[in-house]
Design a protein around this ligand. Structure first.
Ligand code: HEM
Length: 119
């Protein structure tokens, strides 16, 4: 489950970057397809994340925080892409993105016990 979770968000991150380049390069058709695949990946990230939560016997606050920040990152993927598509400013969203992404990595890899490196 955790491997599926990490694979899904790593792929999503790669496709997010690809989508940005396609949008900036005016390749709208390509960007549309990549954004559709991205939306499927969001569902996979959420499904595997919820699956991981179900494996726990007691969910403490850090897990809830991890899930909320994870959803925030997904929201930011979508918001940044739609603002770029509309040629609107994205700087505030990028600041949030850096904070939320670092926080989710810190919580997932450093603070919470499950790990891809020992299962
Ligand atoms: C783009 C969004 C997300 C990113 C980048 C992300 C990142 C991570 C990372 C880095 C880990 C730790 C992997 C490891 O220790 O080997 C992890 C674990 C986990 N994630 Fe996510 N995640 C995201 C979304 C979500 C969502 C939406 C949920 C819940 C609905 C969720 C729930 C969990 C849970 C329960 C764990 C196990 C925590 C542990 O004990 O280590 N994640 N995630």
């Amino acid at each position: 489950m955790i491997h599926g979770h990490v694979t899904a968000w790593v792929l999503a991150l790669i496709l997010f970057i690809v989508a940005i380049f396609l949008l900036k390069g005016g390749k709208e058709k390509g960007a549309k397809i990549v954004r559709m695949i991205l939306r499927v990946l969001y569902l996979l990230i959420i499904a595997t994340g919820v699956g991981l939560l179900f494996m726990l016997s007691n969910i403490d606050l850090l897990y809830i925080l991890k899930a909320v920040v994870g959803l925030w990152v997904i929201g930011l993927f979508e918001m940044i892409l739609s603002k770029i598509a509309q040629n609107r400013k994205t700087s505030v969203l990028w600041i949030q993105f850096v904070i939320a992404f670092l926080l989710v990595l810190y919580l997932g890899f450093d603070k919470l016990p499950m790990s891809i490196f020992n299962v």
